[in-house]
Design a protein around this ligand. Structure first.
Ligand code: NHW
Ligand code: EN5
Length: 388
């Protein structure tokens, strides 16, 4: 059924529920001298290219490929539209490898037609902290689909990751592959219900009018938590401590140090928003929330071209109730003109989704590990990892 994935060191469907299989790496590392030193073969019209995302032209080519060919919803009404600034940021975390930003060009025209990336991360699975690659932005041009290019791209990124002596990876997908460590649901909180209904993102509920719907989703003008403010560079040590402590309770979560927090969580205009609660009395940092900006192109609509979406990232509630913290996040997102606020049912998110008027989406997100077996699938609430 899965000609490619059956050959890879991933949990296989036939092994589900086999209690004799140990948890941990599926294959042992090989000596680096045994890693294939030259790239995999592509069909002869194509060539490999390493994409320097600091180069404006290259970044623009990647942006165009993804804008026109990346992930769509099941009815092809919306397509993810990651911005150039977002792509640059997502691909340049501490210790990144340029060789892991891999493109495929047509030899004759140099047109970029496929892409895949990895970035390094330390991910904890139960007690074990493992160096991994986070794989993302796999894309093959629409005209070159179903030609088995994706397996070659995956093998090539795997080879380049192995060359750095890294043997595990984490990735997410909307499709089912062998085999998810957990399956999450997307939830959506309308901020601009009229536009969402106009573009077909949501529907007017039964026995609902537009004005009742607008009233239903109305939010206060300003945040309510005393001491709620934007995160700053000076907050990195306190936020790192808070986040490390909080993430320690989940089965799978990133192992963030201060340089990771500085990169992944500091606010970056139109990319990352992060807020915290500083106690007005003690000046302690007690809570934290963040969301990233990922617009979607609206395909085939006369009135609108982009949907401005915020995606919940990492949240830590120690003193402020999670419900109130997330409500403040909704309020700032509304102030900043986002149309919708999205969240997965990971970590403690279940506890606020219904009360804050999120509704379940029609999309799922499956989480995977490469070359690492987990004995039983996790519940989404046991997962402390959010990929972009
Ligand atoms: S998920 C987003 C993936 N991108 C899109 O959905 C964009 C639109 N679609 C496309 O561009 C986030 C194409 O349809 C793609 C497939 C390129 C998806 N992951 O070339 P063929 C990520 O980026 C398998 C993994 O003919 P195609 C995460 C499929 O099951 N495998 O198909 C990426 C089949 O294998 P099988 C996927 O439609 C994680 C084979 O590809 C997949 O022209 C990557 C068919 O290939 C997906 N999303 O191109 C894995 N979609 O065995 C990283 C399909 O079933 C692993 N396939 O026959 C770790 C690597 C590092 C290890 C380090 C130690
Ligand atoms: C790797 N980083 O399907 C990501 N999105 O629900 C790759 N649905 O937006 C994998 N179909 O339910 C990504 N509106 C996998 C996701 C791919 C994109 C996707 C879904 C997630 C989505 C929307 C629009 C559906 C349009 C028709 C949806 C309902 C919202 C409604 C708001 C009011 C309350 C009830 C729910």
């Amino acid at each position: 059924r899965h000609r490619f994935w059956e050959t890879q060191p991933v949990g296989q469907f036939k092994d589900l529920g086999d209690a004799s299989l140990p948890e941990g790496p599926i294959e042992a590392p090989t000596p680096l001298s045994d890693v294939k030193p030259e790239p995999y073969n592509l069909p002869s019209q194509y060539e490999w290219t390493t994409c320097d995302m600091d180069d404006d032209q290259t970044c623009g080519e990647v942006y165009s490929l993804l804008t026109n060919n990346y992930v769509e919803d099941d009815e092809n009404m919306f397509r993810f539209n990651y911005s150039k600034e977002f792509l640059r940021w997502a691909l340049h975390p501490p210790g990144y490898y340029k060789a892991w930003h891999i493109g495929v060009r047509v030899k004759a025209s140099k047109k970029l037609v496929a892409f895949i990336t990895g970035v390094p991360a330390r991910i904890r699975v139960r007690d074990a902290i493992i160096r991994m690659a986070e794989i993302n932005f796999l894309c093959v041009h629409k005209k070159l689909r179903s030609k088995r290019l994706a397996p070659v791209m995956i093998k090539e990124v795997t080879r380049r990751v192995h060359l750095e002596n890294i043997w595990q990876a984490a990735y997410t997908a909307g499709v089912i592959l062998p085999t998810p460590i957990t399956t999450c649901r997307y939830w959506h909180r309308s901020l601009n219900p009229k536009k969402l209904i106009d573009v077909g993102f949501s529907r007017l509920g039964a026995r609902m009018t537009m004005s009742r719907t607008i009233r239903l989703y109305k939010l206060p003008e300003s945040t309510v938590t005393p001491g709620f403010r934007k995160m700053e560079l000076r907050d990195v040590p306190a936020v790192t401590r808070l986040l490390r402590q909080y993430l320690s309770q989940f089965v799978v979560a990133p192992d963030f140090d201060e340089s990771d927090v500085e990169h992944w969580l500091l606010p970056l205009e139109n990319v990352m928003d992060s807020y915290l609660v500083e106690s007005p009395e003690t000046h302690e940092i007690t809570d934290f929330c963040s969301f990233y900006t990922l617009p979607s192109s609206i395909l085939n609509n006369q009135n609108y071209t982009v949907l401005k979406a915020a995606y919940s990232y990492y949240t830590v509630s120690m003193k402020t109730p999670l419900l109130q913290l997330m409500n403040d996040a909704l309020i700032v997102a509304k102030q900043k003109d986002y149309d919708v606020f999205n969240a997965l049912d990971v970590m403690y998110n279940e506890s606020f989704l219904k009360e804050l008027k999120f509704g379940p989406g029609d999309g799922q997100l499956h989480y995977y590990l490469y070359n690492y077996r987990i004995r039983n699938a996790l519940k989404p609430s046991e997962l402390g990892l959010v990929l972009l």
